[in-house]
Design a protein around this ligand. Structure first.
Ligand code: ARG
Length: 722
């Protein structure tokens, strides 16, 4: 009897725990959440997800990397190294492989044999090991050390620790990247060992109007009908080890690959994601919320929108321009959209009030527990830092969103290091570097349309002059504005004439016979160079101070939080390391009286379809299949329709794009590709009632591969579970 009551109680409590749980969990904490996951429907053990000694689910999760930086996630689905990620993750690679004559971005691409697969130009990392190195990294520090001193010790320790770990790899060293990453804002450090495979090839991609159906209008929105996937393969040498691209490399044999479920999903089913969320800041201080929502985000939204308008006007008029600028538009647009939502969401008074309350509770705790010596300065450090950011924060932001979105400005920036070298008459290093620069010109201007770039420059000039503190603006820019009487178009025209960075012929000519004088005389070079000097010299020390204050406040605030609730295991903020989020398939209420179903179907494709539209066109072949309900084995057994996307309450963010969504049996049910509008600000706080992960149903993916791509060779490689 007693036993029965106990199990009843247990069942009840597990029912109660069937609510969305915050957390992008590091794999090292799985034992803490295993019971909860299993109560929600997971049939696997923590050990089957992440094992130190045996193959486990994590061996099928890949980290997409380019130039040493991670950008997306993916999952291996065959014993021949075939992996899936999102279309928007493969986008850059696909665009680079596309030409006006062989436009695989627009038309799609399907390799009918391995020989047809094409080098993708990025790498993938496989997580091989995790090691807690907190002790070594924090050796010789105390919690209350002055931040600058501490930073020095930590940096030296980090280098030492990392080196020792790398050396411990012996011969494998050349194939590994080790990242030592801060968790809980510098209170814990974990070393991640990635084996990096360098020969990655494109296997298949849907046409753009399938993989990006709905464009920027549907981005971050539900209901969704985007089939956001692309497929690649990992190649290895004859020992299954990483190798540079070589024709005779062979398909990589993974330790684990995900079987793929054809059974579909129902509300309440277990769902988990594994992948690489980039960054969250869930403890952002109240004044930080104000700064972001009132200033930083709205300004960036405007700047980005204006650049996008230039792109879109020209892209709509010319197919080849569309191909050339599509990847840039998507990457500027994605966060234009998100920042816009964040600005609105974060300016809600209740969000600010909630922060304030938490901060008050923290201050009370500090006082009541006599912790003033350690934690007493936290809030004032925050206040000071954000007051300064309010004054100067936009300078680096406009560098990123303005200068770096202009091809000639980027080119001028890359030349800035050359100036001093060319001035040094005693050395011929400058000449050698100039030759190197010259060789890189075609690559820098590969996506360059003169008319677009001139207009973008006018946009950037306008925002710099209208939005930033004039005291710190480049003199050359202010003079140009004066000369053109603040006519920004005219300013860009003048710059176009007076700068060689507007024209590759002029640029090549100059760098064949470079001179310091010539560089200094160049108008765009002068503007860029002065701006860089301002950032480094005039504002540099300010930013060091601001960052030191923020680092210290962030670190101490989190340390206090852990001290306040010692029994709670808090999931740490995302930091581009592998995380797991568990949850269930779930619908939600968007706003009053509006309930969203948890899945979409082919019906919605027809509803949204607009022939020839920039965002809502779709292939004729797809529309015919939809009309005839010709879905084959990919139809849902309950209604015979094609289910396209679904929702679950997993906690993810950017970087998770391409993550596997896995059912209770460890089978792949979808690919995560987005979040919803109502939870657009979730990086700043988990929103259990409305936060949803948007995934493409794996059956929609396979349907496209099979019926649109005709790639039965790919289907037959996959382990299907009916
Ligand atoms: N919002 C998605 C994410 O950041 C990316 C979607 C890309 N699509 C687009 N239309 N830009 O995860």
């Amino acid at each position: 009897m007693f036993k029965r009551i106990l199990s009843l109680l247990l069942a009840l409590s597990s029912l109660l725990s069937l609510r969305a749980d915050e957390g992008m969990w590091p794999l090292t904490l799985l034992s803490k959440i295993q019971d909860k996951m299993q109560a929600q429907g997971l049939k696997l053990t923590a050990e089957e997800i992440y094992s130190i000694n045996n193959s486990s689910a994590k061996d099928a999760v890949v980290r997409l990397m380019k130039n040493g930086r991670m950008f997306c996630s993916g999952e291996i689905i065959s014993d021949k190294g075939l992996f899936l990620t999102n279309h928007h993750c493969g986008y850059d690679a696909i665009q680079s492989l596309a030409t006006p004559q062989d436009n695989i971005l627009t038309n799609g691409f399907w390799a009918k044999s391995m020989a047809e697969e094409r080098p993708a130009g990025f790498q993938i990392g496989l997580l091989r090991k995790i090691e807690d190195v907190t002790k070594g990294v924090l050796e010789g520090t105390k919690i209350s050390d002055p931040e600058a001193d501490r930073a020095k010790i930590v940096a030296a320790n980090l280098a030492k620790v990392k080196n020792a770990l790398l050396e411990s790899l012996g011969d494998d060293k050349k194939n590994y990247v080790i990242e030592v990453t801060s968790f809980y804002n510098g209170n814990q450090f974990l070393a991640m060992f990635y084996e990096v495979y360098r020969d990655i090839r494109l296997v298949g991609t849907p046409p753009e109007n399938v993989g990006k159906f709905g464009g920027e209008t549907d981005n971050w929105r539900w209901p969704r009908h985007t089939c956001d996937f692309s497929m690649f393969r990992i190649y290895a040498n004859s020992d299954n080890k990483p190798a540079d691209f070589a024709k005779n490399n062979t398909a990589f044999k993974p330790k684990h690959h995900f079987p793929v479920s054809l059974k579909g999903v129902k509300e309440g089913d277990y769902a988990m994601t594994m992948g690489y969320p980039g960054r969250t800041t869930r403890n952002t201080y109240s004044e930080g919320i104000v700064y972001l929502s009132k200033k930083e985000r709205p300004m960036r939204v405007q700047l980005r929108r204006d650049i996008m308008d230039v792109y879109e006007t020209h892209m709509k008029a010319d197919k080849n321009v569309r191909l050339m600028y599509s990847s840039k538009l998507a990457s500027i647009g994605n966060y234009w959209n998100k920042f816009n939502g964040e600005a609105k969401e974060l300016s809600k008074p209740e969000i600010f009030a909630k922060r304030k309350n938490e901060e008050k509770a923290f201050e009370n705790w500090v006082r009541q527990n006599n912790k003033t010596e350690t934690y007493g300065t936290v809030t004032s450090l925050y206040d000071e830092a954000y007051a300064e950011l309010n004054k100067f924060g936009l300078f680096p932001v406009y560098f990123q969103d303005g200068f770096q979105n202009s091809v000639p400005m980027v080119a001028a920036m890359r030349a800035s290091g050359l100036l001093e070298m060319l001035k040094d008459k005693k050395s011929d290093k400058g000449i050698a570097m100039a030759a190197e620069y010259r060789a890189g010109i075609p690559e820098m201007y590969i996506e360059f349309n003169s008319e677009i770039e001139k207009q973008v420059l006018a946009v950037v000039f306008r925002h710099l002059l209208q939005d930033l503190n004039p005291e710190y603006l480049p003199k050359s820019l202010k003079e140009l504005a004066e000369k053109a009487k603040n006519n920004y178009t005219l300013m860009a025209e003048i710059a176009w004439k007076k700068s060689m960075f507007s024209d590759t012929t002029k640029l090549k000519k100059f760098f064949a016979k470079p001179s310091a004088k010539g560089l200094e005389k160049d108008l765009l070079f002068a503007i860029v160079n002065e701006y860089l000097t301002v950032l480094r010299t005039d504002l540099g020390p300010k930013f060091t101070e601001i960052n030191t204050k923020l680092d210290r406040a962030n670190r101490l605030f989190l340390a206090a939080k852990m001290e306040m609730e010692p029994t709670v295991t808090m999931p740490p903020d995302a930091n581009a390391t592998m995380r797991l989020s568990y949850g269930t398939i779930k619908s939600y209420e968007g706003r009053d009286a509006l309930k969203y179903n948890y899945y979409t179907t082919s019906k919605g494709i027809s509803e949204k379809y607009i022939a020839g539209d920039f965002e809502f066109d779709a292939p004729d072949k797809l529309m015919t299949l939809v009309k005839n309900k010709d879905f084959g084995q990919y139809a849902d057994p309950t209604d015979g329709d094609l289910h396209t996307c679904f929702l679950s309450d997993n906690d993810i963010t950017g970087g998770n794009s391409g993550s596997p969504v896995i059912n209770g049996n460890g089978e792949l049910i979808g690919i995560a590709f987005d979040g919803n509008w109502e939870a657009i600000a979730s990086d700043f706080g988990f929103m259990p009632s409305v936060q949803r992960t948007i995934s493409v149903d794996i059956r929609y993916v396979l349907f496209i591969v099979d019926k649109i791509g005709g790639a039965s060779n790919i289907i037959s490689e996959i382990t299907l579970k009916k």
